[in-house]
Design a protein around this ligand. Structure first.
Ligand SMILES: Cc1ncc(COP(=O)(O)O)c(C=O)c1O
Length: 400
């Protein structure tokens, strides 16, 4: 199947605003069924989760439905899906919980490819526990982070390796299954930041081989919340700080306070919307895989054309170079500030922000300091007209 982008775009009221959105890596636009689901959850009778009143059952159904949706999306177990405020909060919570078992002599591995949300929580937790932090570098010339790079720092002292599924700055997708092999052979845990990855490709956690995984629905057409996914049996072994009266069941043990039911309803709707891109026949997991293959094909076709055109532009450096990557391009301009390009484009209603987007270590390692560059992110709703407008805008900027 291929993606019907015209039909898809018609479902996004925000696109009627007329801007070409290349800001998806910061958060995508939202289709009508997601907004409708949030609204429906807010206007139906709702109470705290329970089984006695309809209002309680409604809240319970919303939570259980969202766990099933995220599990279908990433090939996980619904009983191992934890919801939270954001991937950042969930990673901090997990790091604090795991670090309770770390001490001097233990090592924790982070990478310079990662968003800071998958760096600082581990660094700070390790430092507090007296554990040592080891860094994995990527190659700025190729944008690649290889399994050998990881193997070089992993040892029998390693307790955990935190690595991204895909860089939100330059798109690089490290070889996770091979990395998982190295990490597990050393007896360590693998945590994967799937926030950027999950928006672009079919995800199968058993194939990736990680122990814990986070993603954020607002990056894949859904509302602003986060999800952590792990095997329920693994979650059973962890004991986060929690309130005395709250349940100690898994996964609720990890969910502090009352969940945002309306956002979870929207999350399910986003997953259903993505699945619907592959039609209505077959199970949701199966349709999600087909839909993401189509999304990948669509985004890749646009990316290749865009990159060819960018290479023709004078003084433009493209930093996204890995063989295996998402359609997220970081570019800089010789002698010109990316922030000026951002403003020039914005005035022409082409939204492609400039910055380092919290991938601070990555930007610094590329030699771009804290400033970064212009980030051009493709999304399922991006079309050729958007790309043409972007290129026209960049030509105008460079001619000015
Ligand atoms: C790769 C990556 N990881 C983590 C995050 C943080 O996600 P959240 O906003 O859900 O904390 C982002 C957000 O941009 C991201 O792109």
């Amino acid at each position: 199947m291929s993606l019907d982008v015209v039909a898809l775009r018609a479902q996004f009221p925000a696109l009627l605003g007329g801007a070409a959105h290349f800001d998806g890596p910061g958060g995508t636009q939202v289709p009508t069924p997601v907004a409708d689901a949030v609204h429906a959850a807010l206007v139906q009778p709702t109470a705290n989760r329970g089984a006695t009143t309809q209002a309680e059952r409604n809240a319970d159904d919303v939570v259980l439905g969202a766990r099933r949706a995220i599990a279908d999306l990433v090939g996980g177990d619904p009983r191992g899906v934890v919801f939270g405020r954001s991937a950042t909060v969930l990673t901090y919570d997990l790091a604090r919980t795991l670090a309770a078992g770390w001490g001097p002599g233990d090592e924790v591995v982070v990478t310079r490819l990662d968003h800071d949300a998958n760096v600082r929580p581990w660094v700070q937790a390790a430092e507090r526990a007296g554990a040592t932090v080891r860094w994995v570098d990527f190659d700025p010339a190729t944008s690649e982070l290889t399994v050998a790079d990881v193997a070089a720092v992993v040892s029998d002292r390693t307790r955990l390796v935190a690595v991204t599924g895909a860089s939100n700055l330059i798109g690089t997708r490290p070889p996770l299954p091979a990395i998982a092999g190295v990490v597990h052979a050393a007896g360590a845990l693998l945590h994967v930041d799937g926030v950027h990855l999950t928006a672009h490709v079919p995800v199968d956690l058993s194939e990736l081989g990680c122990d814990t995984f986070v993603c954020s629905p607002y990056k894949f057409l859904g509302p602003h919340c986060g999800a952590l996914v792990a095997a329920p049996a693994f979650l059973e072994t962890l004991h986060p700080d929690k309130l005395l009266p709250s349940t100690d069941a898994v996964p609720e043990r990890f969910e502090l306070g009352t969940l945002p039911y309306e956002l979870l309803a929207g999350t399910t709707a986003a997953v259903d919307f993505l699945a619907s891109l592959a039609g209505t026949s077959g199970g949701r997991r199966e349709r999600l895989l087909a839909a993401f293959h189509a999304v990948e094909e669509h985004e890749d076709a646009l990316r290749v054309g865009l990159e060819d055109a960018l290479r023709e532009l004078p003084g433009v450096t493209l930093w996204s170079r890995a063989a295996h990557r998402t359609p997220t391009l970081l570019v800089t301009f010789e002698g010109r500030d990316a922030a000026d390009a951002y403003r020039y484009l914005a005035a022409r209603r082409v939204n492609a922000p400039a910055g380092s987007f919290y991938a601070l270590e990555c930007s610094r390692h590329l030699g771009l300091g804290d400033t970064g560059g212009l980030r051009i992110g493709l999304a399922p709703y991006t079309d050729q007209d958007d790309v043409d407008r972007l290129l026209d805008g960049l030509r105008g900027f460079l001619a000015g």
